[in-house]
Design a protein around this ligand. Structure first.
Ligand code: FES
Length: 146
């Protein structure tokens, strides 16, 4: 069933009134097999409230975040209970976009593989994925883009 524009806007207004952050799961979008969320505020820092990202509630969960500005796309992975990784999805060999495959990232171009924390498992790439500093704050994770 197709939702009317008015109904959709009403829901958005209700969510904003409840304090839902400026992020939204993009229905029907799955890049590299990952749920894709859009995050509108790209002011140098991202705060992800974990209750809005169910995939990140468990260790091994990964999402793709589409961030405005120059940052573009980043992968956010829960590496352990209190450790998160925020990574550029670009393979450090020749820049292909890596995909999630059996709890690790694999480059579809020449096969480089990386752990969920971005460190390398095998080449031909010889550097880890570019990462952003993260901070776990119990109910949220903060990502520092610069
Ligand atoms: S671009 Fe990833 S291995 Fe070549």
């Amino acid at each position: 069933m197709i939702e009317s524009r008015r109904g959709f806007l009403k829901k958005i207004g209700a969510l904003l009134a409840l304090g839902v952050p400026a992020a939204a799961l993009l229905d029907g979008c799955a890049s590299a097999g990952l749920p894709v969320y859009r995050y509108d505020n790209s002011g140098g820092r991202i705060d992800l409230y974990l209750r809005w990202y169910p995939e990140l509630m468990t260790t091994g969960g990964v999402i793709e975040l589409l961030v405005g500005g120059e940052t573009g796309s980043i992968y956010v992975a829960r590496v352990s209970f209190s450790r998160f990784a925020a990574l550029s999805p670009e393979c450090t060999s020749d820049g292909c976009k890596v995909k999630l495959e059996k709890n690790s990232f694999r480059c579809p171009c020449d096969g480089s593989t990386y752990y969920l924390d971005g460190s390398m498992t095998s080449g031909p790439a010889n550097e880890p994925l570019r990462s952003f500093r993260t901070q776990f704050l119990d109910t949220s994770v903060r990502i520092f883009l610069s």
